[in-house]
Design a protein around this ligand. Structure first.
Ligand code: RIB
Length: 291
């Protein structure tokens, strides 16, 4: 079960970011279904996960396309609310070299919706609940606390990073920050120290480090290093979401921690070799031969 955002990504390829007051040319424009929640749901479904999505979209063309994209990937969309706001958008600059800069306008994703009985029942029926922070934090925190109370494994990507309620991390089974998010959440300059510190609160911390792979921390110690799968990236958008979605799908399929982590790293690397977020995520047939 993924509770999260669905955005239409409005993507411009450009050589660099403009200065304030500057007008410059980009080389291409595209619209790509995205949003960290939608991306994670699709990544998990592509590698064989059985996935349902709890989200919110507007009654516009973007909302319809996002719903259809999830359905085409085999994701259960019964939990998508139709709200009186435009569908969320993300304004993404992809620079030469594949790095990106993103401005998210939450719109429908930001509507405060209570966690109702139907959603609670859906979460209760799941093996894992996966969340990020592009939906209202009170909703996310309530869902995580509820999932924890009924024995559903909670998986949190703390992006975009936000100040958290005091006891939030204690209800997290698997925290998947990138290095910058880990440093900010822990309030520490060193990423390894940050992963160690966060793992004294969350059960397991899987800190993604881009082209440097990932580190796993538990109980205040680094317990595993995940080697990167080396590629030449063209667009890193959605790579972190791919990592989380595939990690959870493989854990749910019964893979061991090292197997699931390796699959996540390979899938995320593949995603960086293709343009877009949801459009870049590999199927299991593409990941498995590379493991
Ligand atoms: O993580 C990538 C995603 O962040 C994009 O798809 C964009 O929609 C933003 O949510």
């Amino acid at each position: 079960m993924v509770l999260g955002s669905a955005n239409m990504d409005l993507v411009v390829r450009q050589p660099r970011l403009p200065e304030p007051g500057e007008t410059m040319f980009g080389s291409s424009f595209s619209t790509v279904p995205g949003g960290k929640g939608l991306n994670q749901a699709i990544a998990a479904a592509r590698v064989g996960g059985s996935v349902a999505f709890l989200g919110a979209v507007g009654g516009d063309a973007f909302g319809r396309e996002l719903r259809e994209t999830l359905q085409a990937a085999g994701v259960d969309t019964d939990g998508i609310a139709l709200v009186e706001r435009p569908t969320g958008t993300a304004h993404i600059s992809v620079l030469d070299g594949g790095e990106n800069a993103i401005v998210v306008v939450p719109d429908a994703n930001g509507v405060e919706l209570p966690l109702d009985d139907v959603q609670r029942a859906a979460i209760r029926a799941a093996r894992h609940l996966v969340v990020q922070f592009e939906r209202p934090l009170p909703l996310v925190a309530e869902a995580v606390a509820f999932a924890r109370s009924v024995g559903v494994t909670t998986v949190v990507t703390p992006a975009p990073v936000l100040p958290l309620p005091e006891d939030f991390l204690d209800a997290v089974d698997i925290l998947v920050p990138n290095a910058g998010e880990a440093r900010e959440l822990a309030g520490l300059d060193d990423e390894t120290d940050a992963a160690r510190a966060l793992s004294k609160r969350a059960g397991t911390v899987v800190m993604t480090r881009g082209a440097r792979g990932a580190l796993v921390a538990r109980g205040g110690e680094i317990v595993e290093e995940v080697e990167p799968y080396a590629v030449t990236p063209v667009d890193t958008t959605g790579a972190g979401d791919t990592f989380t979605g595939v990690l959870v799908a493989r854990l749910a399929a019964g893979a061991s921690d090292p197997e699931a982590l390796r699959a996540a790293a390979v899938a995320a690397a593949i995603a960086t070799t293709r343009a877009g977020a949801s459009t870049s995520m590999p199927t299991w047939d593409e990941v498995e031969p590379l493991l």
